[in-house]
Ligand binder design. Sequence first.
Ligand SMILES: *Cc1c(COP(=O)(O)O)cnc(C)c1O
Length: 387
Amino acid sequence: MTQVPFVDLSANYRAIAAEIDEAMSQVLSHCDFVLGRAVSAFEKDFAAFVNTQHAIGVATGLDALRLSLMALGIGPGDEVVLPANTFIATALAVSEVGARPVLVDCDCDTFNLDPAQLDRATTSRTKALIAVHLTGQAADMDAILEVARRRGLPVIEDACQAHGATYKGRPCGSLGSLGCFSFYPGKNLGAYGDGGLITTNDAFLAEHLRCLRNYGQKVKYAHVLKGVNSRLDTLQAAVLGVKLKHLPAWNAARQQHAAKYRELLQGCGDITFQTSSTYSSHVYHLFVIRTAHRDGLQAHLNARGVQTGVHYPSPIHLQQAYQDLGYRQGDFPRAERLAAEMLSLPMYPELEDKQIAHVIESAQEFFARENPPIVDGSPHARAPGSS
Ligand SMILES: *Cc1c(COP(=O)(O)O)cnc(C)c1O
């Protein structure tokens, strides 16, 4: 039976092994393992890629967010607004600096933060907005930036799923005050371990971040800030420098796979797709479908050798770790509904046509065999008693 992994990192490595091995052995011969030359070279290349003046490599995507908040001087007593429908890291960064995450619901079609909810969530304590470009599609930045301008707030872009995505032709990570990227191995641009980076056009913030990530020192042992140790590893930067050159082609391959999924899954059971916004080029970090029969379909695909994921099974406000925020079930109905209906299909550049065909046939088989009822006549109505 055809096996379709959710991502295939070894296929990716095989295709570029010679280049990677060469770049790594360069670092080994220089032995500049911490903030070495591959780090500054990659920062320069990535800044050019995102079209910002500065790029600062850090240890993880979570740290990119955390250090961005620190650089903006956000801390205890402050509030930061972010979407309920995101990966936990977006909220954790806010908690880590001692501020309070304030959540807003998403748009059901694009899955991204609904800008219409922002005004209600913003108070005199709000110090920043975090826009997440979820699944690889830009959030509605003009609307978000308009609220931010009116309220005098900086916008941090969580672009951890959006390497190479654009909003009205401009790269994600260049639209707000600060752009945060993760190089977790499974991301569109992934290291061989952890990595992260912050982009900005603000020279003052850039300088501050370089200092913060390296023990708060500008000159060795002269500590001007209470900084942290969060540096992009030189070996990882060397890997990322090689992979960045391939990223446009890899993103294009993801887009082709997505187009195939969309075309061939059209009309399959009650499956619907994330709406492609007119303003964003989607780089498909994830390919997400919606169905009221999510759990059944997932089990069936798994039995047919197709690995899928749910991103994410619980919105932030229903996570145990965030019970202290005092939110309840029902507070963000759209995020809750998406969490029950979303399913991420296998997506990576090396995905083969026969694997895509197998995913599609297996899904068609599920809906034909099980003939699951369309509940309520509405495609996404929930079965009674389901939770
Ligand atoms: C991956 C991710 C992060 C965190 O990145 P790490 O490198 O794992 O710390 C933050 N936000 C979003 C939306 C992500 O997908």
